[in-house]
Design a protein around this ligand. Sequence first.
Ligand code: ADP
Ligand code: MG
Length: 166
Amino acid sequence: MTRAHLALGSNLGDRLGFLQSAVTALAATPGIEVTGVSRVYETAPVGGPDQGPYLNAVVALKTDLDARQLLAVAQTLEADAGRVRGERWGPRQLDVDVLLVGDERVDSPELTVPHPRLEERGFVLAPLADVAPDLVSPPEGGWAGVEATALVLQPSPQAARSEQRS
Ligand code: ADP
Ligand code: MG
């Protein structure tokens, strides 16, 4: 099993609902075990057209899938959320990016891993630091414009149910 990290983002519709559905679907995907979910961050859009703020999170996995297979899973989740590919960096119900897949390196037009803009994006680094403190340590004062919210994502449907009971 390989350790991997995916970034989730949403800035259209039921943003938290889209993120939770993605986590739940990942947990139900054969070959994927969700081992951690970051806090949920609210962040201003970077680049692209005028659009609303994002919710961002990072999911930590153990997986038998390789980076290409994870990209296929990511794109299925985006399509299931009703994402229609329009303008680059435009608003979306769900964005799922493959950040890191063990020490795998891929450099093709469809897929670059590690994600090429990882290190310049506070909205990715902040949640990644939550689930992978050995890989990323926050700068003093955190990342500008990236705020943790009180919103919570449940790592699996089982966890969501036991949370309701308690
Ligand atoms: P962005 O995530 O940069 O806002 P999109 O989600 O629209 O943009 O993705 C554009 C393309 O980026 C996708 O069609 C996909 O093939 C490609 N891509 C390259 N590397 C990755 C990666 N590591 N994770 C997700 N998509 C990637
Ligand atoms: Mg993307």
